[in-house]
Ligand binder design. Sequence first.
Ligand SMILES: C[S@@+](CC[C@H](N)C(=O)[O-])C[C@H]1O[C@@H](n2cnc3c(N)ncnc32)[C@H](O)[C@@H]1O
Length: 239
Amino acid sequence: MNLGTLYGIGVGPGDPELLTLKGLRVLRSAAVVACPADRTGRPGLAARIAAPHLRREQRLTPLYLPFVSDEAVLAAAWSAAADTLYADLALGLDVAFISEGDVSLFSTFTYILREFQERYAQVAVRIIPGIASPLAAAAALQLPLAIGDETLTILPAMHRIEELEAACAPGRIVVLLKVAPVYEQVYTWLKASDRLEQAHLLCWVSAKEERIYRRLPAAAERLPYFSLLIIRPEPAARR
Ligand SMILES: C[S@@+](CC[C@H](N)C(=O)[O-])C[C@H]1O[C@@H](n2cnc3c(N)ncnc32)[C@H](O)[C@@H]1O
C-alpha cells in the first residue's frame, strides 16, 4: 500500500477567508485533519479557522502538544503525535496538519516535521504557507511592516526587558508575539522610554473578536493569548 502524504498547512490568522487557494484545496482533499488541541483535547484556533471549510467525511485528529520546558515531556509528546499521524499515513490516507498563521513561524508543526524527517523519512511531506499574524496585523493597521532600509525583528516572547530594549534600536520595527503574560512590564517600559505613541496592540487580528488598539490600554489590562504588539516609528514618507 502507498503511504499517504503529510501536509503542513498554514490556515491564516483567524478569518477563514485568509487561507490560500492551495491551502483550501489540500485541506478539503485530506482524509484526516490534525490540529493542535489543549490538554483536554479541545481543538484550538486552527481548527476553528478550518471548520467552515471541512467536509463531513473528514476526520479531525486533535493533538495535545504541551508548551513546557521539560525536554523529556516535549520529546514524548512530539513522538506520540508523529506516531498517531503515521498510523493514518501508513493506511494510505493523506493527513493535513493545520496551524494558525503560518506553519513555519513558531508553529508546533516544526516539531512534527522534525519527527518525520528523523523517524519516518519515507513519508512525503508538503508545506503550504499561510498568512502569519504579523502580516495580518500590518494589514489591519494599514502600516507597512517594514519599508526602505528598516529592519524587522520578530520576538517570540520576552523573558527580560533588555531583549526588547536591544530590539528597539533606531530604524527597527519590532513585533512582539506572546505579549499577554508580559504586557504590564512592556507597557511600563514603553511609557518610561517615551515609546507609547509608537506601539500598536492587536488581539485576535482578523477573527470575529478582533480588537485593535492604536493607543495602548492601561498596563493592568488582561489580554488574550492571541495578542501581539507592533512597535514602529512612523514610516518615512518616501525613501
Ligand atoms: C505560537 S505563536 C504562533 C504564530 C503563528 N504561527 C503565526 O504565523 O502567526 C502564537 C502567538 O502569535 C500571535 N498571534 C497569532 N495569531 C494571532 C492573531 N490572530 N491575533 C493576534 N496575535 C496572534 C500571538 O502573539 C500569539 O501569542
